[in-house]
Design a protein around this ligand. Structure first.
Ligand code: DAH
Length: 337
């Protein structure tokens, strides 16, 4: 009898059920009135008295084991439909989730906004389809200025064109609000240029301006020095060269000490040690007057920079076209902060 108990036990261990019918069949085979285990219980009376205690115990264990196994398989079948299939194998390595990366232009735009927001600049916005007044006339462009020429501007109809710079947002803000104004206007701009490694028909700019009483050129210089150091590193130097823009007087272009060679001279700075990053100046009183801001009471500075240019310098990117080709091999190299 002990042998028979062992046999049934190993049968129980090996059994697995694909379906409820199979499981029920197994139950009947073992535990029904005429089942294998019930049979053993019937035969128990023939066991020698001195073995009764030991065999009785084993028999009870067998019955319990059979019942346990049946319960377990029943539970599994209810969960998965098949006792062999386990729902999830938690030991398997996870599937890789490809999260996207931010576009380098977005990364740098955010960085610029962060830097200026720390000194009180907030954001302003304006339309990309702009009228002549906001893009040119209010900004003091003379009637026959070459920037109005068909070559540089995508005209739409009549008075409308795609904005050629974000300086138009200055006008929109100043027309609607009185100083103090300290704003940053990032956005896309368009120019009718042949596409090459160094020029594109659309790109991004950030315009900044500060209008208040007693704003001076020294404020402009200090603000831009702060920006250059935050953007390109503490050791960065700036240099302002006189320039001309219709909407600022005086006007300047700002260079930073070359962030690649540290000013020693390399092919990025064309061995001059300096690279140009933005245009700036004191807002021309005529522009303030055009926007109904009292130019006797208020002064202000403004600056405008190309985000692509800053990004190219920061990451040593040599071709402007990479920004709009959406090549995943290029884009995947950038991680947002
Ligand atoms: N709008 C100029 C451009 O598109 C950039 C610029 C220069 C903006 C001087 C300014 C400025 O606000 O003061 O090239």
């Amino acid at each position: 009898m002990q042998e028979r108990i062992k046999e049934i036990l190993s049968e129980i261990e090996q059994f697995s059920a694909e379906s409820k019918e199979q499981l029920e069949g197994f139950r009947i085979k073992l535990l029904s009135k005429k089942g294998d285990i019930s049979q053993l219980f019937d035969d128990f009376k023939n066991v020698a008295p001195e073995l009764k205690r030991e065999v009785g115990q084993k028999l009870n264990e067998l019955k319990n084991r059979a019942q346990e196994k049946l319960n377990l398989l029943k539970e599994k079948l209810e969960e998965t439909g098949s006792a062999d299939k386990v729902l999830i194998d938690l030991t398997l390595p996870g599937e890789q989730v490809n999260i996207g990366t931010r576009h380098p232009i977005s990364i740098v735009r955010k960085r610029i906004i962060d830097i200026f927001s720390r000194i009180g600049f907030t954001l302003a916005d304006g339309p990309e389809v702009e009228d002549d007044w906001h893009n040119f006339t209010a900004l003091n462009f003379p009637e026959n200025h070459p920037a109005r020429d068909m070559q540089d501007t995508f005209f739409i109809t009549g008075d409308f064109a795609l904005r050629t710079h974000t300086s138009s947002v200055q006008v929109r803000v100043m027309e609607n609000k009185q100083p103090p104004l300290r704003l940053l206007a990032p956005g896309r701009v368009y120019r009718n240029e042949a596409i090459s490694a160094r020029a594109h028909c659309f790109f991004h700019q950030v315009e900044g301006f500060y209008i208040d009483t007693n704003v001076s050129f020294a404020d402009l210089k200090q603000t831009l020095l702060y920006f250059a150091k935050e953007m390109f590193g503490e050791e960065t130097k700036i240099r302002l060269r006189p320039s001309y823009f219709p909407f600022t007087e005086p006007s300047a272009e700002m260079d930073i000490s070359c962030n690649i060679c540290g000013g020693k001279g390399c092919n990025v700075c064309k061995y001059s040690g300096w690279v140009e990053i933005l245009g700036c100046g004191m807002v021309d009183p005529a522009v303030l007057d055009n926007c109904k801001i009292d130019s006797k009471k208020y002064t202000g500075f403004a600056f405008g920079m190309g985000i692509e240019r800053i990004t190219m310098l920061k990451y040593q990117i040599k071709d402007l076209r990479l920004f709009s080709e959406n090549d995943i091999r290029f884009l995947n190299q950038f991680r947002s902060e």
